[in-house]
Design a protein around this ligand. Structure first.
Ligand code: NAD
Ligand code: MG
Length: 395
């Protein structure tokens, strides 16, 4: 049995992961599950998968969950807080860790899993955006395997030769092409974007995802974060990482080789495919995804990304080129701006404006230790919050 921790088990990726796991009885044993506030959903997952450990945000949530589990007759140990997340990730009896917490909060347990030499299934792209250099260096030191879960990176990984430690080789690659759906506003007149609501931004045409990544898809910051993620996973410089809009989300990304060959991975937009690939690598297993019918989908369209419509994409390239803690600033400013947008405290077009402002204002340093990264993260958050308050006061 392969022993598994799922960090963020109540989210979109977490639920899809457990769906795939449940299709393979006897193959995986779920050792630890973690959630932030969705206690009832976590309780249900505990009833189904009998983990040894469950982690929630705080003592109050832990008491509620423990009471529920006692009533269910389960002896799952309930813990809470950031240290307990790290403990769930680095447990000696765990082989694989699905890192599916959203945002910077997911970095410490994902990094702990890498440092403990686990096989890490990485959905939490923010971890690499914040501290890609530290993360990849930790994997080199510990021998951890990093298996990408993000659909684009899984596609690229599937199109590259990899060694037995899951390390991809790119010496014959000319460039990597990441596909982007364009999100819900790819055809919306640019003049009307100012009045977009959170509900409209979260209604993605092709994918059903958590709210933060849904807004990131609508601004295309998601693709910007993925360019940075690809830089760290595959070691290519920004000028060899391209983005193309592909509205059907069937081609999940492509690798362009120097001999003129281009390899792509295709499939229906269903995160269970890259999740199953990461769980089973180097083999494959049933995921529950519908097989792709080429005649039904019939068309595959590609077009350039519109820089005016999606200013966040250029901001991500700018941060990657600046290096050091600039990508941590980008990520933190984006998280704060997206949270404010979801709370209806700022408008949709304020998101890129606030991020640009943070990149202009927050000084960049070497990202050579976790402290430097977290300092930049905190400075960017404080800057964006201050700006929102000042502007709210003027409005
Ligand atoms: P989600 O919002 O649906 O779920 C997030 C999970 O993290 C939940 O279990 C939640 O309880 C937990 N969580 C949230 N804040 C936390 C905190 N402060 N401390 C501890 N736990 C916390 O998000 P999602 O869509 O599943 O995305 C998860 C990650 O995977 C993100 O980094 C996202 O970018 C990435 N990803 C998601 C998709 C997708 O299709 N949903 C695709 C590619 C990559
Ligand atoms: Mg993706």
């Amino acid at each position: 049995m392969e022993r598994l921790t799922v960090l963020g088990s109540t989210g979109s990726i977490g639920v899809n992961t457990l769906d795939v796991v449940a299709r393979h009885p006897g193959r995986f044993q779920v050792v630890a599950l973690t959630a932030h506030r969705q206690i009832e959903r976590l309780r249900e997952q505990c009833r189904r998968f009998h983990p040894e450990m469950a982690v929630v945000a705080d003592a109050e949530a832990a008491a509620r969950l423990a009471e529920g589990l006692r009533a269910d007759g389960l002896d799952t140990r309930v813990e809470h807080g950031p240290e307990a997340l790290v403990a769930a990730a680095e447990r000696a009896d765990v082989d694989q860790v699905m890192a599916a917490i959203v945002g910077a909060a997911g970095l410490p347990p994902a990094l702990a899993a890498v440092e403990a030499g686990k096989r890490v299934l990485l959905a939490n792209k923010e971890a690499l955006v914040l501290s890609g250099a530290l993360f990849m260096e930790a994997a080199r030191r510990s021998g951890a395997l990093i298996l990408p879960v993000d659909s684009e990176h899984s596609a690229i990984f599937q199109c590259l030769p990899v060694d037995e430690r899951a390390r991809p080789r790119t010496e014959h690659v000319r460039r990597i092409v990441l596909t982007a759906s364009g999100g819900p506003f790819r055809d919306t007149p640019v003049e009307t974007l100012a009045t977009i609501t959170p509900a409209q931004a979260c209604a993605h045409p092709n994918w059903d995802m958590g709210r933060k990544i849904s807004v990131d898809s609508a601004t295309m910051m998601n693709k910007g974060l993925e360019v940075i993620e690809a830089h760290w996973l595959f070691g290519l410089p920004p000028e060899r990482l391209e983005v193309v809009v592909h509205r059907q989300s069937i081609v999940h990304s492509l690798v362009d080789y120097r001999d003129g060959s281009m390899l792509a991975q295709l499939g229906n937009p269903d995160m269970r495919t890259p999740i199953a690939y990461a769980l089973a690598w180097p083999e494959r297993m049933e995921s529950g995804a519908e097989p792709l019918d080429l005649v039904t989908c019939a068309r595959l369209d590609f077009q350039a990304a519109d820089a005016e419509r999606f200013p966040c994409l250029a901001l991500a390239y700018r941060a990657l080129e600046a290096g050091g803690t600039a990508t941590a600033v980008l990520n933190a400013a984006n998280e704060e701006a997206v949270a404010a947008f979801l709370d209806e405290r700022i408008g949709f077009l304020e998101i890129p404006r606030l991020i640009e402002d943070a990149l202009d204002a927050v000084p960049v340093s070497e990202a050579d230790c976790l402290e430097a990264v977290l300092t930049a993260d905190a400075a960017a958050r404080a800057h964006v919050r201050r700006r929102i308050e000042e502007e709210g006061a003027h409005a």
